[in-house]
Design a protein around this ligand. Structure first.
Ligand code: NDP
Ligand code: GDP
Length: 330
């Protein structure tokens, strides 16, 4: 039986990846940071009904002794580093923490692997945010990086270290440059989930309006369930490498939002308000990835369309908000 060690196991991708690995017969060990609200830590894993199938390990990306011990004890065949301060907007208010967790944290995991399990295969969660002010209209593995946020800069450091550890120490270290991907367990602060939750609240009469910032921004949005398959495939290759994981289609925030309103039979223009406070100090105007290499080498492609995903997310939020209303009444 193969053993996987997953950091960020309580996050969106941690949940979907763990479900995939469990289905494939892996033992899954997940790093969990201590929280005073232990009852909400595994919400995403509970949504996928796998909370009892993960072996949790207490730790933190910033605590190298805990990380080294975890990797030594687990003796993993595969290590997936998904943990990060992952919200771009917060990276301006918490630039040092973001650099430490998202940047140095990845190096801490690489060091733990190099010292304690050098035969293990390593995956780094790199991001299309590294392209930032895009240098080519369609981004591929060779497109130069130009990050536009402390998050993007930190991810670039982690990406560079992953390549460096592969080249310096011969680690089987791969990096997935993943474009935005979402699901019903996406964090509520990200724009897709903010929209689907907002639409559900308006539909159920809890709210009247939805406030957004720059709705002209364009993103290449896919589904987490598709994207975690690409992570696993990267670690099944004989040779480690870097891959863009994207759909090859880009959509404005405005059009994504319209899909959500249309799904519940509401008119977007009746409810959407633009709030200048939600604009960012520096914006990534457009992202559009070329997943050609992942298709050719991994046989991977996205299966779930943006429309299907947004409808799934709206339906999940209608279910959640209805339950909240019921609980509040009883
Ligand atoms: P989430 O924000 O949902 O999950 C982040 C995870 O990291 C959570 O489990 C969180 O724990 C954990 N974490 C945060 N800080 C620490 C720390 N100091 N020590 C240990 N764990 C910590 O992100 P996603 O699942 O969406 O993304 C997974 C990875 O992929 C991230 O690295 C993200 O930056 C990257 N990525 C995501 C993209 C996307 O569109 N989703 C696109 C490209 C890259 P807790 O539950 O306690 O908060
Ligand atoms: P990001 O691409 O990782 O920053 O993912 P987000 O989902 O946070 O943001 C995607 C895009 O939506 C960015 O260009 C944001 O500026 C834009 N956006 C517009 N309004 C909002 C909002 O209210 N919240 C968020 N999170 N993003 C918004």
């Amino acid at each position: 039986m193969k053993r996987a060690f997953v950091t960020g196991v309580t996050g969106q991708d941690g949940a979907y990846l763990s479900r995939l690995l469990l289905e494939k017969g892996y033992e899954v060990y997940g790093l969990v940071r201590r929280s005073s609200s232990a009852e909400i830590v595994d919400t995403k894993l509970r949504w996928l009904k796998i909370q009892n199938d993960i072996r949790f390990i207490d730790g933190n990306l910033l605590d190298t002794s805990a990380l080294n011990r975890a990797v030594r004890d687990v003796k993993p065949d595969e290590v997936y580093n998904l943990a990060a301060q992952s919200f771009v907007k917060s990276s301006w208010s918490q630039p040092l923490l973001t650099s430490q967790v998202t940047g140095i944290g990845a190096l801490n995991v690489l060091e733990a692997v190099r010292l304690e399990a050098p035969q293990a295969r390593f995956y780094q969660a790199s991001s299309s945010e590294m392209y930032g002010l895009v240098q080519e209209p369609i981004q591929n593995e060779k497109t130069p990086f130009y990050p536009r946020s402390p998050y993007g800069v930190a991810k670039m450091f982690a990406h560079g270290m992953t390549v460096n550890y592969r080249e310096s120490f011969g680690l089987h270290a791969s990096s997935g440059i993943l474009f935005n991907h979402e699901s019903p367990v996406r964090g509520i602060e990200f724009v897709t989930r903010k929209v689907t939750d907002g639409v559900a609240r308006i539909k159920l009469g809890v709210e009247k309006e939805l406030r957004l910032g720059n709705i002209d921004a364009k993103r290449d949005w896919g589904h987490s369930n598709d994207y975690v398959r690409a992570m696993w495939l990267m670690l099944q290759q004989d040779t480690p490498d870097d891959y863009v994981v994207a759909t090859g289609r880009t959509t404005t925030v405005r059009d994504m939002c319209r899909i959500a309103f249309d799904h519940v039979g509401l008119k977007m223009d009746d409810h959407l308000k633009i709030d200048p406070a939600l604009f960012r100090p520096a914006e990534v105007d457009i992202l559009l990835g070329n997943p050609g290499k992942a298709k050719k080498k991994l046989g991977w492609e996205a299966m779930i369309s943006l429309e299907e995903m947004i409808r799934e997310m709206v339906d999940a939020d209608l279910q959640r908000v209805s339950r909240q209303i019921k609980d509040a009444r009883s």
